[in-house]
Design a protein around this ligand. Sequence first.
Ligand SMILES: *[C@@H]1O[C@H](CO)[C@@H](O)[C@H](O)[C@H]1NC(C)=O
Ligand SMILES: *[C@@H]1O[C@H](CO)[C@@H](O)[C@H](O)[C@H]1NC(C)=O
Ligand SMILES: *[C@@H]1O[C@H](CO)[C@@H](O)[C@H](O)[C@H]1NC(C)=O
Ligand SMILES: *[C@@H]1O[C@H](CO)[C@@H](O)[C@H](O)[C@H]1NC(C)=O
Ligand SMILES: *[C@@H]1O[C@H](CO)[C@@H](O)[C@H](O)[C@H]1NC(C)=O
Length: 503
Amino acid sequence: MRSFLLFLAGTLIATLLAADDGCPVNCKCSQANVKCHGYSSMPQQFRSFSIIKVFDMSNNNLTSLSKSDLEKYVNVERLHLDGNSIANIKKGTFSSLTRLNEINISTNKLESIEDGVFCNMTSLTTLILSNNHISNLSLDVFHNVPNLQRLDLSLNRIYSFSSCSLILPSLRYLNLDNNSLAMVPSHIFNCTPHLQTLRLNLNRIQRLQKYSFSNVPNIYSVSLDNNLIRILDIETFQVKHQDLNTLLECKIKVFSIEGNFLTEVPMALNDLVYVVHLDISNNNIRTIKTLAFDRLKCLRYLRISEMPLLSKVGVDAFGGLNLRDIFMTRNPMLKELPGNLLQNMDELRTVVLNNNGLVTLPKSLCNWQQIMDVMLNDNNFICSCSNSWLQSYRGWDTRQTQQHVKKLKCHRPNNPEDFLIKDYDFSRHYCMKFGSSVSDKSQVRVELIAAIIMLLTLSVILFVCYRKQLVFWCRQFKCKHHVDSTITKKPKYSHLSRNGDLN
Ligand SMILES: *[C@@H]1O[C@H](CO)[C@@H](O)[C@H](O)[C@H]1NC(C)=O
Ligand SMILES: *[C@@H]1O[C@H](CO)[C@@H](O)[C@H](O)[C@H]1NC(C)=O
Ligand SMILES: *[C@@H]1O[C@H](CO)[C@@H](O)[C@H](O)[C@H]1NC(C)=O
Ligand SMILES: *[C@@H]1O[C@H](CO)[C@@H](O)[C@H](O)[C@H]1NC(C)=O
Ligand SMILES: *[C@@H]1O[C@H](CO)[C@@H](O)[C@H](O)[C@H]1NC(C)=O
């Protein structure tokens, strides 16, 4: 009974305190955090505005914002305005909110950013303007926003950037995914000298200018997925030193150009000498040529997947690389890989080759003992001697790889029936005659030498046994030849003289 009374008193006090807080209807206030819903303008009924630090007005019905809407929220640090219908933000709207460091205005109806809206916001570090209707923009609207680090303009309709003159000295991250850009906006990079991450996926970019990244010496990650790029100029990634006329090395470490229209591995990629992570998947490349990436000494992760036309990987195509993870999957035309392709890579751990059209797999592809993750399933393996090593090989490094290989299947030529390689009877193909793999190059060489030695031995034996007979035959042949030649010479002249050519 007493505890019930205590509980009642407690609830009463709590309710009174909450009312005392002055939290408006349809808002939840807990200490410095406020979240409201159902509002079509900013609520103004707080007793104390100054305690609010995180103000969540996402998914309300705001349509415009002006200075008087926000000027009392002087201590707000994070403002969520995403999911409204804001089409219009007046100049100076945020000018009283000197502590504001993050604004999310994603998913609204902004068509442009008026000059002066984001001026003098010296604490602002993150600004999200994604999923609006912005079509053109000048970075100069961010006048005196010295600490802005992340700017997200993805999912807009930006087709052009006006050139800029003001510097955003802290900008590290610029997201322009899903816009309508036809060019990499290199001309704005002189305003973003510390840019590290640039996202340009899902635009309409057809080409990149020469020396595109010269003004962003710290650039780290660039993604250009799902654009319309067919070729990359040889100078694309060359970096010009601003004062001297020398070339510097490009610092990009993560580069992705998936889902474009490249028809070959661009030579320009070899200028990405610091690249660690490279994805060229889903292009129209047919052939990976010998030494296609040989200058990329830092490359650890390479993805070449979803290539509808890729049918040939040249001998030593990955020469010079020291990969850690290779992903080549869903390349239906890829029927074979050259031996030794992934040899001499002492850090190689992951080899993912599933869902290709591979008919055989060379044992010499890589040093299988060091591989921790392997995927070879859903290829087109034939039950032939060249794949029989998959049955007898015992050097798999991890339980995962052992289990995986046990499930691999093969089929006989012109026969769709699948057999588990681990159970298949390879002896019917006489694979074991000369060792396990007939297609193994060194094996073939050994066999050839053996054959030559046998042939030589046989001829020596023949010579020793039938020496006399041979000498006799030889003499007879010589005589015959001598007689023949004396006979054949004569008609030549007679033939000529008969025609009267010589006389
Ligand atoms: C906000 O808009 C939704 C639909 O968009 C509507 O159902 C709701 O009544 C509106 N609320 C206010 C307070 O206007
Ligand atoms: C910004 O708002 C969008 C839309 O509601 C949301 O998806 C996103 O996670 C938000 N971003 C941040 C950093 O809060
Ligand atoms: C930004 O600050 C400068 C100097 O304090 C001032 O002159 C200018 O009017 C401010 N701009 C805006 C849009 O508030
Ligand atoms: C770009 O946007 C500004 C408003 O921000 C507008 O005045 C200008 O006409 C636009 N330019 C183009 C080429 O659309
Ligand atoms: C890109 O944006 C358009 C509309 O702006 C949208 O329909 C589409 O789903 C977006 N694509 C992706 C992959 O986000």
